[in-house]
Write a protein that binds this ligand. Structure first.
Ligand code: SAH
Length: 399
């Protein structure tokens, strides 16, 4: 009990401590009996059962998720805490990449609840760490966290860019949401499995790149040889670069954002300056699928944005996944390979599979599942927080 002077106190209602005792990292506002009256967003809070037993320490925030737990030990949340936790996260990445045969210097260093650091995301691109806060508590600690990253990673990380304008709750109330906290790297080309990607952490989506698809892109590389590949929702063209590297006969990339198409072209040029078999289209995916010639492509990747951002949007999201997949399954060439994904946290594996099953039945094709995919291991799932399993994918063989 070493931080009792600074931390605020929260007491839970009787019987509302069960999920915390199973190490779930969130406390919903309905579970709370009493707060210290001067509590404000981002305060460190110590949480007690109705009997006065210490349970956990976390960050308080107005709203449905009232506390995001950082520790089940009664420890102080200071710079040393961040250093200890980032060292543990770094050690795990060391384990994951220990046997890698191809160079990769971009990866997720901290994955929120998956690294027992609810509210914090850190992606590494070469010597730059891009840090994202999803809670006011993380925002208030941003300088300590940035220093902890550089201390732990030593010379491997020289700059920390903070990118939280779109992720912070009540963002309008906070100052300084985007910009370098430490250093100012110029170099923005990072390497994944030996392939080069230009990362725009300032203006790009999320932290600039979807590192969670690394392993799945590598699988696409293995299937691409001699195939005509359509990469739908291509964003930075990750799957396209891998497919070309794997010997695809041609690759077409589609994204509704003109900016994404520019980045895709740039990444193709970085890796294959003389290639003539790649085309990129700034177009709506559903329209493209409608107008495309049947049986032209024998490999299609569907990696749409999250169709369901909330639980109450699940039904319409599932209809969207079915509609999208039905078109692709109907039109893919015989013997075609379809990579299909959902990154909606609110849609679970079974629901997504049912949506794709419905699509296959509508298209009246013979479909078999070759692989069941998920996020890369540097996006670990805390076993006590199953909500963290957000990326789901299937690789289908369509006869
Ligand atoms: N596959 C990518 C990530 C996809 S993110 C990767 O590996 O990095 C989703 C992308 O879908 C975004 O780039 C967004 O611009 C695009 N998008 C959203 N709605 C779309 C639509 N209706 N048609 C085509 N692209 C769309």
């Amino acid at each position: 009990m070493n931080n009792s002077n600074k931390a605020r106190k929260i007491t839970l209602k009787r019987g509302k401590d069960a999920s915390l005792r199973r190490f779930h990292p969130w406390i919903f506002s309905g579970a709370i009996q009493s707060y210290d009256k001067d509590i404000v967003d981002g305060d460190v809070v110590r949480v007690f059962s109705s009997d006065g037993e210490y349970l956990a320490t976390g960050h308080y925030q107005r709203g449905s998720i009232a506390v995001r737990i950082l520790s089940f030990d009664d420890e102080e949340i200071d710079k040393e805490f961040w250093k200890r936790r980032i060292a543990i996260a770094s050690e795990l990445r060391h384990t994951i990449f220990y046997n890698a045969t191809k160079e990769t210097n971009m990866y997720r260093l901290v994955h929120g609840e998956g690294d027992n650091l609810s509210g914090l995301i850190v992606d590494v691109y070469g010597e730059t760490a891009v840090m994202q806060a999803h809670s006011t508590g993380i925002h208030r600690s941003r300088h300590d966290i940035a220093e902890a990253i550089v201390d732990v990673m030593q010379e491997k990380i020289t700059s920390v860019y903070y990118k939280s304008a779109t992720t912070l709750p009540y963002a309008e109330e906070s100052e300084e949401r985007d910009g370098f906290l430490i250093g100012k790297t110029q170099e923005n080309v990072a390497i994944e499995n030996g392939l080069k990607f230009a990362i725009d952490w300032e203006k790009g989506q999320k932290t600039g790149f979807f590192v969670d698809q690394r392993g799945n892109r590598n699988l696409a590389y293995q299937y691409a040889k001699g195939r005509k590949v359509l990469n739908m929702f291509c964003y930075t063209g990750g799957f396209s670069v891998y497919a070309l590297s794997g010997g695809a006969e041609l690759v077409h990339s589609v994204d509704s954002s003109a900016k994404a198409i520019d980045i895709t072209r740039q990444n193709i040029d970085l890796n294959f300056p003389d290639i003539t078999v790649h085309e990129a289209y700034a177009e709506d995916a559903f329209k493209f699928l409608q107008r495309m010639e049947p049986e032209f492509y024998d490999m299609i990747i569907l990696d749409p944005p999250a169709f369901a951002k909330h639980l109450n949007a699940v039904k319409s999201a599932l209809r969207g996944y079915t509609r999208l997949n039905a078109q692709a399954i109907a039109k893919i060439a015989h013997g075609g390979i379809l990579f299909t994904f959902s990154c909606s946290q609110a849609v679970n594996k079974e629901q997504f599979r049912l949506a794709v099953f419905t699509a296959a039945a509508e298209a009246k094709r013979k479909v078999r599942i070759l692989h069941q995919l998920h996020q890369a291991p540097d996006h670990p799932i805390n076993i006590y927080h199953p909500e963290g399993e957000y990326l789901k994918g299937l690789v289908l063989y369509v006869e």
